[in-house]
Design a protein around this ligand. Structure first.
Ligand code: ARG
Ligand code: ZN
Length: 878
């Protein structure tokens, strides 16, 4: 906890470390009342350092220092200085061995950074700066060392003792204790260190690499979760094969381990050879987890595995380079997911997340470039911009280079920088060197924050058969950045003729007939492209497959949008046209109770619903109305209640008009014999549950009976919770509360299902008002120490239940502020995450923004605010 203003750290002030660590020998003595950590570091002066630092400075946080030895000699008071956040040894030789003994209390560690306890087991989270909560160390990613780790603990309570690398020694100790020693042959930064000790069961499998090496795969879980590891194990093996085939990357240790823990601040962590996962991101079986969970697990298991190369073998020089590993790895995991499932649906999901949440971040007070220039607390920069926009930036390089040259670039990157800590610029340079493509201007994507906006105009010259596109780009100002330079944007376009076919694209000056899709490279503020040989006025299909993370502004009329919906050869743009049409219709009825819902939207939806030949995965996506969050993002000054009611009116009009079609769709999508997570089956369940939800939303009694029957008889959680959610968001109060009670009775022993039960209620626009949410906080299953529970109640309310969170009396805001104040002392990372919904107060109409600002001020005025929350609140109010 701090009292003064936290310091800002600047990229421009980066200096190489004064000292390097070649080897670390760690010995952990784990006890119930604490842990003693013996660290012996083999260190030397960095030959590349400027020499300014005579003294040795090590990071530390919440440590009790017991002793310091330099080259075997105990240092006396005065020979070192314990400054709390730093351990300073004023005088050291050029090469030496430093031994530090510290005492820590994992059992009291509620921040879940460093070494802590989660349902009885010891575990760690060191990224970004958690290792300094374990021992004094140069805790920065450009200090890479070899680790040897000995763990000692009570043998009965902690039979399993894990760390990175290979286990090289084990044995028994006095007093019923035992030890295991691990050695990691690969030098790594401290943020990749991990330790686990617990009473766990192990699920084993193996994988043979392309070069014929056998890898031992192990997933460690609490015994009650023994049935939930198959999906993660299969996903892991698919990811390992995929990375060999697509990137030529093999696994490099003999063992790969995954551990599931219940209390975890984030999703998962790629520690070398020992990935640690939030239970909800790794454990699943069909009866208790939904399709969404299965898909999330596949992509996160792959993501963490892919980090072994993009992150671990080649790591980040400093935390400003975080997107070097995260952007690239998200890009890799999304390529993988696309290959495993439906590429179009995958792209729609990426774009939805980006356009809804990342664009919002880019337009708010925390906007920052993919490579930030400064921060106060690095934990606040694990953002959609670093991860998702960073992945889009890598995707654009892939688009500009094409798959072959991109692969040559990634090969060069891994080969050139293996074992190094590097920068995003090194990544771009490798891509440039391998392809000979000039990415000079492209680098602005890493430096400039904000979402570029493209304004597109067109005209058609019948006599000349020329179609002209004029494209202007601009990037809005963001905190600390104005007057931005134009960026290098790959802009994929197609033109549809009157039949709906792609016109082969030929630009003026070219000969022959060209491709159906062209990637135009925008580099100037304004471009004019002339397409020749265009026989009739086309309908433009712009930014195909979402080729860049930008907004596109072009005045399609509703008939053109319907035309694109049914004819565009680009699946993403068929979906996007539908979204634009729905947005347009919602806007039209917004605040106008007498305006009818355009029958064209209803007809287009009916066509989709009744079309059995169409790709059902795409149909399921196309039928979803744009979310409230997206509509807010599109607004200048969002009026949440008006947006909610307009969207409700359109939804109800659709459900009412399509009642029989929905019923037929429901009946048609019968559950498959056995549960599988194929795109077809997922789409079928999604359509079936959407039909049910829409019908219950308008109070259809026949649908209510179907929902009750489905709730009872479902053999998978997607269908059971789909029925529950539909009932909860229906006007049938009695059925709703009976189903909720029955569900809890059935599942109360499974915390992951209880999380779902919480979030279905907390996010319900029908029944999840603030009073209901407060009751959930009093429920026996709620636990303030468990981040998942907080996310599924408070996070779900503030992030998804917009009509109740934005109650105009400001009670939702004050509730969130009180929650943040409460959590700030125990878990600052979670407190800071929860602050996000308030930070965008300027985006909302006055009736909302005043209350949001006041809530932020009440957080700001708390004594001893953590650095995490301080940074967000102060930047938001600035
Ligand atoms: N590197 C992890 C991942 O990619 C995330 C770790 C985040 N940790 C944190 N303290 N913010 O999934
Ligand atoms: Zn990651």
């Amino acid at each position: 906890m701090r009292t003064s203003q936290p310091k800002t750290i600047y990229l421009s002030e980066y200096r190489v470390p004064d000292f390097l660590v070649d080897h670390v020998d760690l010995r952990f003595e784990l006890f119930e009342e604490g842990a003693r950590v013996h660290s012996t570091m083999t260190m030397r002066r960095n030959p590349e350092a400027s020499g300014s630092g005579e003294q040795l400075e090590l990071n530390g946080d919440s440590l009790t220092l017991e002793s310091v030895h330099l080259d075997g000699r105990a240092l006396q008071a005065g020979e070192y200085e314990d400054r709390g956040e730093w351990l300073v040894v004023p005088s050291v030789p050029d090469a030496f061995e430093l031994k530090v003994v510290t005492w820590i209390e994992p059992q009291n560690n509620t921040r879940l950074e460093g070494l802590y306890k989660s349902s009885g087991m010891f575990c760690t989270q060191c990224e970004a700066e958690g290792f300094r909560c374990i021992t004094y160390f140069p805790d920065r990613p450009d200090v890479m060392a070899r680790y040897r780790t000995r763990i000692e603990a009570d043998k009965a309570a902690y039979p399993i003792l894990l760390s990175n690398g290979n286990d090289v020694d084990r044995g028994d100790l006095d007093g019923g204790r035992h030890y295991v020693t691990w050695e990691d042959p690969f030098p790594k930064p401290s943020y990749l260190f991990a330790l686990v000790a617990g009473d766990l069961v192990e699920q084993r499998d193996s994988f043979t690499t392309l070069s014929g090496r056998d890898i031992d795969l192990r997933i460690y879980i609490e015994p009650r979760n023994a049935e939930k590891t198959d999906h993660a194990m299969d996903s892991l093996k698919r990811a390992m094969r995929w990375d060999e085939e697509v990137y030529g990357r093999e696994y490099d240790l003999d063992i790969f381990m995954i551990v599931a823990v219940d209390d975890f601040n984030m999703g998962a962590m790629e520690n070398k050879g020992l990935n640690i996962f939030n239970s909800s991101c790794v454990l699943a079986r069909p009866e208790s987890e939904t399709d969404m969970a299965f898909q999330r697990i596949e992509s996160i298991v792959a993501h963490e595995y892919f980090h072994n190369w993009s992150g671990n073998r080649v790591t980040c020089r400093d935390w400003f380079q975080l997107s070097l590993k995260e952007g690239f790895t998200v890009f890799r995991d999304s390529q993988f997911s696309a290959d495993m499932g439906s590429p179009t649906v995958n792209r729609i999901e990426n774009a939805t997340l980006l356009r809804t949440a990342q664009f919002a971040e880019d337009g708010g007070p925390m906007a920052h470039p993919v490579r930030p220039a400064s921060y106060m607390e690095i934990s606040n920069f694990y953002t959609l911009t670093i991860y998702e926009k960073g992945a889009e930036v890598v995707r654009m390089i892939h688009t500009l280079l094409g798959p072959e040259l991109f692969r040559q670039g990634s090969d060069l990157y891994f080969q050139r920088h293996d074992g190094e800590a590097v920068t995003t610029d090194d990544f771009v340079k490798a891509m440039e060197d391998a392809s000979a493509k000039d990415l000079g201007q492209f680098r602005l994507w890493y430096e400039q924050a904000g979402t570029p906006e493209l304004v597109v105009e067109d005209d058609y010259d019948k006599a000349e058969q020329v179609y002209r596109l004029t494209i202007r780009q601009s990037i809005p100002d963001t905190p600390g950045q104005t007057d931005k330079k134009p960026q290098h944007i790959p802009f994929a376009v197609g033109l549809l003729d009157t039949e709906g076919n792609d016109i082969p694209l030929t630009l003026a000056g070219e000969s022959g007939s060209g491709e159906p899709t062209r990637v135009l490279e925008l580099t100037e503020r304004e471009h004019v492209f002339e397409f020749t040989g265009v026989g009739s006025r086309p309908v433009p299909s712009l930014l195909r497959n979402f080729s860049a993370p930008v907004r596109v502004n072009y005045p399609w009329n509703r008939d053109q949008l319907m035309f694109l919906m049914s004819h565009d050869s680009d699946g993403f743009n068929r979906w996007d046209a539908g979204q634009r049409l729905a947005v347009d219709v919602i806007h039209e009825v917004s605040g106008h109770a007498e305006t009818e819902v355009d029958p064209r939207l209803i007809n287009a939806s009916r066509t989709l619903l009744d079309d059995r030949d169409a790709d059902q995965a795409l149909v399921a996506k196309m039928l979803q109305l744009p979310s409230e969050a997206y509509l807010i993002e599109l607004a200048e000054q969002a009026d949440v209640q008006t947006i909610h009611h307009a969207r409700e009116r359109v939804l109800k009009a659709l459900a009412t008009a399509l009642r029989d079609d929905l019923m037929a769709c429901y009946q048609r999508q019968q559950p498959a014999e056995s549960y599988q997570v194929t795109p077809e089956d997922v789409a079928s369940r999604s359509l079936r549950n959407m039909a049910l939800a829409w019908l219950l939303h308008i109070g259809d009694e026949e649908a209510r009976d179907l929902a009750l029957a489905q709730f009872q008889s479902a053999t998978n959680m997607t269908d059971q919770s789909g029925a529950l959610r539909a009932l909860v968001n229906s006007p049938f109060e009695e059925e709703r509360s009976r189903a909720l009670d029955a569900f809890y009775q059935q599942w109360h022993r499974d915390p992951q299902v209880v999380e779902q039960w919480f979030s279905i209620q907390a996010s319900s626009p029908v029944s999840g008002d603030l009073a209901a949410v407060r009751r959930l906080l009093e429920h026996e299953a709620f636990d303030w120490k468990n981040p998942n529970k907080i996310r599924h109640v408070v996070g779900a309310f503030a992030g998804q239940n917009l009509v109740h969170f934005h109650d105009q009396d400001g009670s939702g805001y004050q509730f969130l502020a009180d929650t943040i104040r409460r959590l700030d002392d125990s878990n600052p990372q979670i407190a800071a995450r929860l602050t996000a919904p308030l930070t965008r107060w300027r985006k909302f109409a006055h009736v909302y923004s005043e209350g949001m600002r006041k809530a932020l001020e009440s957080v700001r005025d708390k004594d001893g605010l953590s650095r995490d929350v301080y940074e967000i609140v102060h930047k938001s109010l600035a």
